[in-house]
Design a binder for this molecule. Sequence first.
Ligand code: ATP
Ligand code: MG
Length: 687
Amino acid sequence: MLRMDRLLEGLDPEQRAAVEAPRGPVCVLAGAGTGKTRTITHRIAYLVQRGHVSAGQVLAVTFTARAAGEMRTRLRALGVHGAQARTFHAAALRQLRYFWPRVVGGEQWQLIDRNKLRLVAQAANRAGLSTESDSLRDLAGEIEWSKASLVAPEDYPAAAARTSRDTPAPAEQVVQVYRTYEELKNQAQLLDFDDLLLHTAAALEEHGEVAEEFRDRYRCFVVDEYQDVTPLQQRVLDAWLGERDDLTVVGDANQTIYSFAGASPRPLLDFPRRFPAAAVVRLERDYRSTPQVVELANDVIKSARGRPAGSRLRLIGQRPDGPKPTFTEFDDESLEAAAVAQRVKALLDEGVAASEIAVLYRVNAQSEVFEQALAEVGVPYQVRGGERFFQRAEVRQAMVALRSAAAHEPTGELPKVVREVLAGIGLTDEPPAGGSAREKWESLLALVELAEELVTTVDGADLPKFVTELELRAEAQHPPTVEGVTLASLHAAKGLEWDAVFLVGLVEGTLPIQHADGDEAAVEEERRLLYVGVTRARVHLWLSWALARAAGGRRYRRRSRFLYGLVPEDHPASRAVKREPLQRKPKPQCRVCGSALVDARSIKLSRCASCPSDVDEELLAKLRAWRADRARELKVPAYVVFTDATLVAIAEQRPEDVAGLVAISGIGASKLDRFGDDVLSLVRGER
Ligand code: ATP
Ligand code: MG
């Protein structure tokens, strides 16, 4: 464990006050990047160090699996082992598994997972509503909102009216769907995510001996991002606490971005009233971002209205100066995406790590054009959705396949065995182009990389050991990291930070989102989303928008209202319409048959996938072996060194010199620098 002086020296006086506050209620109300997450992890370490609690008695909760993983990593770095850091749901799931036989007994339940929309569809059908997937998702959203807000079916119409919700169908019909859904779900002995929380709270509220055992086990509670707590989660928290008050909460009301799902900053803002003895700490020094980014963040939130705005403080940047945020307007989305990809490449060449770059957007559907553009320039990326890694369909399918393969005691090198098994469910050598196929491929590849990692860390790693490792990870909700540029929605980016952040697609109708229009509270939430986005950047911040969706389309869009007054006066976009100088590249052609190439893979190969290949197999094998060595040495997945397509392109084109090498897409200045000599000597047969 870290020594006490070392533990405290990385804190400023206010953070220190929160860390050293006596056991009991503590509330940290502070802006983005001021060290809230850092403060709570240090507080946990401090309490454990001082002997006030043991690590095993601490339960820290947050809202996303990634944030919980981040918290665990930070705790480990402070030498705290055995403290629980989980999402509300993961914590509830664990507790329920443990207490269920005692409070209910009998049949075990199962999590509803993907069947959920099927049940909603049946319910919608009975209510005479459309079963089209968009409307099912909206209906599911209403059920989730109701349950998170502790609203029973019969109370839905009144609650929806009170909060002026946009109901996807007449309220009475939503009630009907909600009721039927619950019935079908109970009949099938399934629990949804909200049930996990409901049953956990009920187990503690209604069973004295369960509450007693639980409260004996957990004595100290910590909640990060408390501004996004729902009434249901608050109820669980209250059940955990009982009469006790050993609770530390941290949050920023100006980052409340889940109101639409029932979250409310009220418990955070009212905390000092509920616990008059609470130590209340405000932080205003921003350690994350340069003063240039901080200034923009302050400007974004300056014009916010409503209750959360009352708690805002002007952030004061602590880092050295950096570049000014840039604002750029484009004629269409593909130009915007191409420019982002070029800038990403330039950053990579400057030495910024791919994992330190993020492209953030308002809705997941926006990712595709950026994926395409990144694929075209050969930059690895990862799309982060709301869905947890081990819950993705392809990952669960992979687990089934791996488990059954493990039962047959396969022999051979683990990564190869894993690759073969996964090939059976669609893992190709080359990444497919575009959206969900690409995402699926990345997920499967991440499993192969995990196998590669296991081989280097565990003696005699075999398939059964690997499957156990995956199950442990799934349990801990700790997905393997994929080295690459992050593509994520603004919602998924909360609490995280990157050296370079691209905020893209900043047009009216997208940010604020169309359906927020005319609803002041909803528009304010959209403004907070932009604030969350801006404050993710440490150094480089890019903001952009496109006037038309498709190339050559009508330029009818307007840039986001939130940008007015922020785009510098002398910026071309502040005058009329700006012409983006970026030229469209000539369309690449197949070097064998001459036809136009469209997908990333054939562009890299400079030929159609179906045209005859003149690959030098022997060279290719050498290149692959060399890549495996380098990847192991650099501790990165192999495709970060070079993708398969790049290796094939090298083995086909056999570049003799640097000029020939850089002509292959995917080989930029930084790759040339690091690997150029190796590759050229392999091609020349010198190695
Ligand atoms: P958010 O509101 O986005 O969740 P946060 O308030 O939780 O932000 P942290 O993530 O804890 O902020 O901290 C932001 C960054 O500043 C981190 O990289 C953290 O390590 C660093 N940091 C925080 N406090 C200090 C400090 N006293 N000295 C140096 N660096 C600090
Ligand atoms: Mg945080």
